[in-house]
Design a protein around this ligand. Structure first.
Ligand code: HBI
Ligand code: FE
Length: 292
């Protein structure tokens, strides 16, 4: 992590979000990192962390992939909002990854660069009471509870690094939206096939009570076997449950796709409209057909 104290951009990037950015981007480093202001967490925020953690921990058996649990156990973060430097000792040993505190959403290119260098950006602030079950931007509970456990899994961590490495080429081809879909449908909302049935491993599900249940159990959404080009071309919505979930056979499968050269997909998609989130294609391997 660069410790440059060069004056960082004063106004945050114009994120393509429909809301004003939540975070305080004032005193951040040029790489958008900040120190985790641990003393600023209030007792109410500590209690909120414990409430959310306990609720998800109780709910997840039968819904989350075993690899996720293996990571969550190692992090031992149930009693209080975790200090990132504590988690970094665990992650450093497991996969060499490090967590960095950021004010909130950061530009795609900066985000990709951190991932490519095995650094995962964690928004340091905690959601408010009225946002308990829905918030527009990732907070520390989403980022840490949702994303960090799987970063202790070497195969998944390597997939994340390779995902970051793919960033500059996607930007070069004006295809970061396509790469963002891969992140969205896998890293945020991915399902995996197991001998006991489908399990969730996406951070957007695992950090959400309702979407954990919905994504694994509801008859409403489509569930389709993962296909790289299909996912790169499928649009998504940010403010509702997914209409379609994609299912991988194993984390190894993710690891293998990263060595593909995505530029052929970027070129083939140029000028074409993306696939609508609830559409099923004749070429899909449909696991469950949704009820829309
Ligand atoms: N910034 N802090 C943060 N966390 C994210 O998950 C994130 C981001 N910026 C961009 C982004 N995700 C997505 O557009 C990725 O697909 C790049
Ligand atoms: Fe996320």
């Amino acid at each position: 992590m660069t410790n440059s104290t060069a004056t960082a951009p004063k106004n945050p990037f114009t994120a393509n979000t429909s809301h004003a950015l939540r975070g305080d981007y004032e005193d951040m480093r040029a790489d958008y990192t900040v120190e985790q202001p641990y003393d600023r967490y209030t007792q109410a925020e500590q209690a909120r962390w414990r409430f959310l953690y306990d609720r998800q921990k109780k709910l997840l058996p039968g819904f989350a992939a075993q690899e996720y649990f293996d990571g969550l156990e190692k992090l031992n973060a149930g009693d209080a909002i975790p200090r990132l430097e504590d988690a970094n000792k665990v992650l450093g040993e497991a996969t060499g990854w490090q967590l960095i505190a950021v004010p909130g959403l950061i530009p795609d290119d900066v985000f990709f660069d951190h991932l490519a260098n095995c650094r995962f950006p964690v928004a340091w602030w905690m959601r408010k009471e009225h946002e308990l079950d829905y918030l527009v931007e990732p907070d520390i509970f989403h980022d840490f509870f949702g994303h960090v456990p799987l970063l202790s899994n070497p195969v998944f961590a390597e997939y994340m690094r390779k995902y970051g490495l793919g960033g500059p080429r996607a930007i070069e081809h004006g295809a970061q939206k396509m790469l963002a879909r891969l992140y969205w449908y896998i890293v945020e909302f991915g399902l995996i096939k197991t001998k006991d049935g489908l399990r969730a491993f996406g951070a957007g599900m695992l950090s959400s009570k309702d979407e954990t249940i919905y994504s694994v159990q509801s008859p409403k959404p489509n569930r389709v076997a993962f296909d790289l080009e299909r996912v790169l071309n499928t649009a998504y919505m940010v403010d509702d449950f997914q209409k379609t979930y994609f299912v991988i056979d194993s984390f190894q499968q993710l690891f293998e796709i990263c060595d593909c050269d995505f530029t052929a997909y970027y070129r083939r998609a140029a000028g074409k409209a993306p696939i609508d989130p609830e559409t099923l294609l004749a070429t899909d391997t449909v696991i469950t057909k949704g009820q829309f």
